[in-house]
Design a protein around this ligand. Sequence first.
Ligand SMILES: [Zn+2]
Ligand SMILES: [Zn+2]
Length: 181
Amino acid sequence: MRIRVDEIPDSGRFLHLHWGQEKLRQYLAQDDPFELDLLRPVNVDLEISKKMDHIHVTGSVKGSLQVACHRCLKSFPWALDEAVDVVLVEEERLPDDEEIELDADELELEIFDGLAIEVDRLIAEQIFLALPYKVLCSETCKGICPGCGVNLNDETCTCKQDENKSAFSVLKAIKARLPDS
Ligand SMILES: [Zn+2]
Ligand SMILES: [Zn+2]
């Protein structure tokens, strides 16, 4: 979905969307490490305001996602509830560095062509930003046994006593694949 800037009324434009998996799929990497799935369409509420030299988008994206734990690879539901606050600026209108530094923490600045807002991409980015760097099913997730591959949250495996050795062989295997320095 594209919204043309010249079609945004001065009073702003409000969007309420149910944003589904087929939209998300266009923005997922082929080997998406999160194995992201939307359990139901994301509820998107956006207000798009036209300012003198930028477009300000505020609102929220809320939903329920299915993600894969980075440690044990098991899928689990993850609640998405992200506030949206994005400023879209044309490249030539970018404020100079000093101005950006002032509130770089709060400000999410994006460059766009000044003509149209790619709403779907903006929503996808907000979802990716909301995800933690490392998605874990639980802080105490024990992960997968490097020796036999069982999920250690569900099972104890027989190679448990060789844990150190197994971890070492994994390291060795990784090292073997690295080019000689
Ligand atoms: Zn896990
Ligand atoms: Zn094992």
